[in-house]
Design a protein around this ligand. Structure first.
Ligand code: ADP
Ligand code: ADP
Length: 229
């Protein structure tokens, strides 16, 4: 069974008189362990598809199946429970809490799950060591470079050992060398921990590390390419 599957998924936005179809009839399944790129130009529907995959948005039509069950149809509470238990998110803007240290930022998702404080601290420290930031755990986001802030965000997304990580343009605010290193870092978690990744990018240069390239154009899948062959 697929870890996540999109079935005839569509999302329309109504803006006054006009209707925008952000995602149209998208159909594909991601097996556990795959590192998948959603690739396409700005406006092609990558963010919308990420938000639907992450149950942050609900489809106009179609289903989002996570291990076979329709998570888009769940109640708000059940969806947030699903997100807490199964998903990790990485965003373009890092979305770190400015008043908290790197360590405290990474502890947050564990605290929300009710993990005991000592264990939160220990696991957050390990996660930060895992992204090469052991020397920076007491720094606040503003004291870190963009690449380092995104590493903190990667640690925060992975500290709960999610089944699926959704990374929406995680490298768009980084220079090309740092961007490449962030993709390498995500890829290493995919290899070592078997975490499945849905990675949205408009940057074709970052596609050489992925298993599969799903090319979106105007909200539809243009090509779906196995990159392991
Ligand atoms: P991408 O992430 O590839 O840049 P998006 O998913 O953000 O693409 O956008 C796809 C299309 O849907 C675009 O035409 C965009 O303008 C439109 N869109 C996205 N979000 C909204 C929204 N909240 N309201 C109206 N239109 C939206
Ligand atoms: P990364 O090491 O994650 O690739 P960069 O390439 O952006 O990050 O930064 C290279 C190095 O420059 C960092 O490891 C850090 O030591 C230093 N650095 C960059 N920006 C800052 C900053 N705002 N404050 C402190 N150190 C910084």
């Amino acid at each position: 069974m697929a870890l996540i599957q999109f079935e005839q998924l569509s999302r329309r936005y109504v803006l006054g008189e006009t209707e925008v179809t952000a995602v149209h009839g998208v159909d594909f399944a991601v097996p556990a362990g795959q590192f998948v790129a959603l690739w396409g130009p700005s406006g092609s529907g990558k963010s919308t598809l990420c938000n639907l995959a992450g149950t942050l948005d609900t489809p106009s039509e179609g289903r989002v199946l996570f291990e076979g069950s329709d998570v888009a149809a769940l109640s708000d509470d059940a969806r947030s429970d699903h997100r807490r238990r199964n998903l990790g998110f990485i965003f373009q803007q890092f979305n770190l809490v400015e008043v908290l240290s790197a360590l405290e930022n990474v502890m947050l998702p564990l605290q929300i799950r009710g993990t005991p404080p000592g264990e939160c601290r220990e696991r957050a420290r390990e996660a930060l060591a895992g992204v090469g930031l052991e020397a920076w755990i007491d720094h606040r986001p503003a004291q870190l470079s963009g690449g380092q802030q995104q590493r903190v965000a990667v640690a925060r997304a992975l500290v709960t050992r999610p089944r699926l990580v959704i990374a929406d343009e995680p490298t768009a605010n980084l220079d090309s060398k740092t961007a490449y290193r962030i993709v390498e870092l995500m890829r290493s978690f995919n290899h070592v921990q078997g975490t499945t990744f849905l990675f949205a990018t408009h940057d074709q240069r970052l596609l050489d590390q992925v298993d599969r390239r799903v090319h979106l154009r105007d909200g539809r899948i243009e090509t779906d390419e196995d990159a392991t062959a």
